[in-house]
Design a protein around this ligand. Structure first.
Ligand SMILES: C[S@@+](CC[C@H](N)C(=O)[O-])C[C@H]1O[C@@H](n2cnc3c(N)ncnc32)[C@H](O)[C@@H]1O
Length: 199
């Protein structure tokens, strides 16, 4: 499988737009999800760990899953994640990790996965009973957020109602949406949601 983030990984952490967005998403998770030092968390599409680094001080362990070797290389080089994070270069949509988690977080990765229903089903299968998800991505957008021709973009954001239906079909309850960030790009506003739900 080709690494679509190979080039991006070099400048990902120094991109001010990405830094602001990730900080806002991390803060929204910290504000709306109760974390504790017993928790084992899965960060799906963890990338360079911009979200994991914000969550790490409050939990026991994070399993960072991504299919991009180059993004995960950046993540494992971060001293603040040493001893907390375990890395899996692994496609969880086809191959289970073999573990169950207290919470699954994901930021800006859902739109890279074609079959959202299957992904949510996999999340459910990877959660302990009563476990939670906290997923963040773009609200529906006109297809202008990414550079034209970008590979691996399967969704121009998500409709909150449609995503709720998928979550309910997969037995999630207490579904709550928050607006984690309003990103402005070329004078256009792209709201970014965080959805929290319980299995
Ligand atoms: C836009 S980046 C977001 C990274 C990080 N969550 C953040 O907010 O900074 C999307 C990430 O999803 C990953 N990704 C794409 N498809 C994936 C899959 N099937 N399984 C796991 N990760 C995937 C990409 O490799 C990339 O690192």
């Amino acid at each position: 499988m080709s690494d679509l983030f190979q080039e991006k990984s070099e400048t990902y952490d120094t991109n001010e737009r990405i830094k602001k967005r990730s900080t806002a998403i991390g803060e929204c998770i910290l504000k709306n999800v109760a974390l504790n030092k017993q928790m084992h968390i899965l960060d799906f599409g963890a990338g360079t760990g911009l979200i994991s680094t914000q969550i790490a001080p409050y939990v026991r362990q994070i399993t960072a899953v991504d299919i991009s070797e180059s993004m995960l290389q950046k993540l494992i080089s971060k001293p603040e994640l040493k001893g907390v994070v375990k890395v899996l270069c692994h496609d969880l949509t086809t191959t289970p990790t073999g573990e169950k988690y207290d919470l699954i977080i994901s930021a800006m990765s859902l739109h890279h996965i074609e079959d959202t229903n299957n992904l949510i089903k996999q999340f459910s299968a990877h959660l302990k009973e009563g476990g939670k998800i906290a997923l963040s991505d773009l609200d529906t957008e006109p297809g202008t957020f990414h550079t034209p021709g970008s590979e691996g973009i399967f969704h121009f954001g998500f409709d909150r109602h449609e995503l709720s239906e998928i979550l309910m079909m997969n037995s999630f309850e207490n579904i709550q949406f928050f607006t984690a960030y309003n990103e402005i790009k070329e004078d256009f506003l792209y709201p970014i949601f965080l959805v929290v739900a319980t299995k």
